[in-house]
Design a protein around this ligand. Structure first.
Ligand code: EAX
Length: 323
């Protein structure tokens, strides 16, 4: 026992002397709670970075918007006051306009389609668009298919959305589309949403089941409609300067750690999607799970024509038809 302690002390002393355990600490943040698909993403990432760099890099994790909302976190990463952030693509187009195309409603058939596009050439090429804006985009991950909730009425058809005041993400594509559905849009950072719903500043909001559960929106929203109107990607972002300072091996370690984070994140989204409706019903929400999506798609036809002009029909088709 004594010997072990002595050996440990000696080892530590030598380690310090040779600088072998010099440690750099970096921050990563999310806007939702730790017990969520995003929490497992950054917790896994932090663990894997430490493991893969033999503890030379330590990742401090921040949850629930404690360092600010997603736009603020991305800004901080761009400036370098925070090394890393994990975010939905909500505010991303304000930094990297090329990413707008991913937030078009009814673009992806299902999660398998979205994951294949993001992991394939289209998604991987888009990751490189972040470089010139001060970011290293380490990997795509997932926020999930978004569904609508509100405190006023059951939403069965697009007509039921007319005049509903809904919080939206600070995302120009969402705002344009939701206006096309007759929604009164109120862009707002996520950390303010619960209070806005509670106080009735807005009637509703839209988010994946993972977020609705993690944020306990069932406490302030009565109706949920499984609109699945848009797929919400997520992304691991790092300050470009911080990334460039890493050795080649450490760069790879960070990228691989992010990929592990994505695996854990997607598995949790699948779990949440499987149990979400039953869970939210048991907490008192009234759920419309059989709406006719085609009616929403056709209501959005004029907006979609606009998107085809803005982003190029061929670019949209390339994503739609990706197998
Ligand atoms: O990233 O702002 C949003 O609605 C996001 O979906 C949420 O913060 C999770």
């Amino acid at each position: 026992m004594k010997f072990a302690k002595l050996a440990l002390a000696l080892g530590l002393a030598l380690g310090f002397a040779s600088g072998a355990i010099a440690q750099t600490t970096m921050k990563i943040s999310i806007s939702v709670a730790q017990n969520s698909h995003q929490g497992v993403a950054i917790d896994t990432f932090a663990r894997e970075v430490e493991k893969r760099t033999n503890g030379r890099y330590k990742i401090q994790t921040f949850y629930s918007g404690s360092l600010g909302g997603e736009r603020e976190s991305i800004e901080a990463v761009q400036l370098g006051t925070q090394e890393l952030a994990f975010s939905s693509t909500g505010p991303v187009p304000n930094f990297v306009p090329e990413a707008r195309i991913l937030d078009i409603p009814f673009l992806f058939r299902d999660k398998g389609h979205a994951r294949a596009v993001l992991d394939g050439p289209i998604g991987q090429e888009m990751l490189t668009k972040f470089d010139s804006k001060g970011f290293k985009a380490l990997a795509w991950a997932e926020n999930g298919f978004r569904h609508m909730t509100n405190s006023k009425r059951a939403v069965n058809t697009p007509d039921d959305l007319k005049g509903l005041k809904m919080r939206t993400m600070e995302n120009p594509v969402h705002v344009q589309a939701y206006k096309g559905l007759g929604i009164v849009t109120t862009p707002m950072a996520f950390p303010e949403v619960f209070t806005a719903l509670q106080q009735g500043t807005v009637d509703g909001q839209e988010n994946p089941l993972s977020v609705i559960m993690a944020a306990k929106f069932d406490q302030v929203q009565k109706h949920l409609s499984l609109t699945g109107h848009v797929y919400s990607p997520a992304i691991f972002l790092m300050n470009k300067g911080s990334f460039d300072k890493l050795s080649a091996a450490d760069k790879q370690a960070f990228i691989d750690a992010a990929k592990e984070g994505t695996k854990a994140n997607r598995a949790r989204v699948d779990e949440d999607d499987a149990k979400g409706v039953a869970d939210l019903r048991s907490k008192g929400m009234q759920v419309v799970d059989n709406l006719d999506k085609n009616r929403f798609v056709s209501t959005l036809a004029p907006v979609n024509a606009e998107f085809e002009k803005q982003f190029g029909k061929a670019n949209i088709e390339r994503i739609r038809n990706y197998k």
